[in-house]
Write a protein that binds this ligand. Sequence first.
Ligand SMILES: Nc1nc2c(ncn2[C@@H]2O[C@H](COP(=O)(O)OP(=O)(O)OP(=O)(O)O)[C@@H](O)[C@H]2O)c(=O)[nH]1
Ligand SMILES: [Mg+2]
Length: 329
Amino acid sequence: MNLFEKIKAGDICSIARLISKVERRDPEVIKAIKEIYPHCGNAHLIGITGPPGVGKSCLVSELAGKFREKNRTVGILAVDPSSPFSGGALLGDRARMIELAGDKDVFIRSLASRGASGGLSAAVSDAADILDMSGKDLVLIETVGVGQGEVDIARLAHTVLLVLMPGYGDALQAMKAGIMEIADILIVNKADLSGADEAVAELSTVQGFQGMREGQDKWVAPIIKSSTLDGEGIEDIAGAVLKHFEYVKEQGFLRKKNRDRRTNQFLDIFTQQIRDEFMRLVKVDAGIQRWVDKIGDLELDPYSASEQVIELLRNAREQERDSRKRTRK
Ligand SMILES: Nc1nc2c(ncn2[C@@H]2O[C@H](COP(=O)(O)OP(=O)(O)OP(=O)(O)O)[C@@H](O)[C@H]2O)c(=O)[nH]1
Ligand SMILES: [Mg+2]
């Protein structure tokens, strides 16, 4: 079996090896992704985001356990975890994690921005594709922070869970607009602590912002209280996650979400490759080097310079169209 076949069969070592390459942005990965791409699109991608320390990782492991009870296979990606980890310690040294660690239908990995020169966003997207192709029904992606992170989880995930905890009312007021736009399910974790009901009340007051959600105004994000200590709310969250995916599919949003994600992915790759190619050309072409120097010497402003290049592309496209017309005649 080659690497591709092994991953498709869910072989944990092969998945891990390829994701490591993805993390390093190893050029070999591009070849693998090209091969994998047509086989993606079956997994439900779930983003779990929220401020540091609210219990996202604990929640992810509880949810993974819950989905396993429902016989779903699970992939877990923790993006740039604030605390270092090794193996199972990633999601806390908890009984649930140890249980998951021995399960071949669960794959757990963290991705760090260290050394990811092509951007962490690209690595996360590729890693999600690999897990998707390996046959994972659900891919849980934990990211810290909302909106300010390098990884735009709302673009990638089909369902976004925003996790808060009692005492986050002030933080919420500050970020409410942005949050309410991306969250499909709102969670007040650590409900075993005091102040959970107040946090829920606070959240419901800002839920009016839901109306701003483009094309999805019928879905009102449920607010769920949870505690990973006693398991409160976990079943409800798992149920809401699956219900949201059904909703997204029924309303025809799934296709749109996937198309938007892929368009953005293409644009990211395209701009990166244009940059790389341009920097390569500058090194080998003295004419281009002189042209770039003009920008530095204030003889040419960067806006006009960019417009000149776009004009070149446009002309090339027209020329090609003309020559195609001529060959048809
Ligand atoms: N009381 C209480 N503590 C919890 C609960 N869930 C998690 N914790 C604790 O909160 C702390 C942080 O939990 P994590 O799951 O690591 O939180 P996180 O949001 O993933 O943290 P970062 O990844 O560092 O942003 C740990 O000490 C957990 O034991 C809960 O439901 N109740
Ligand atoms: Mg965490």
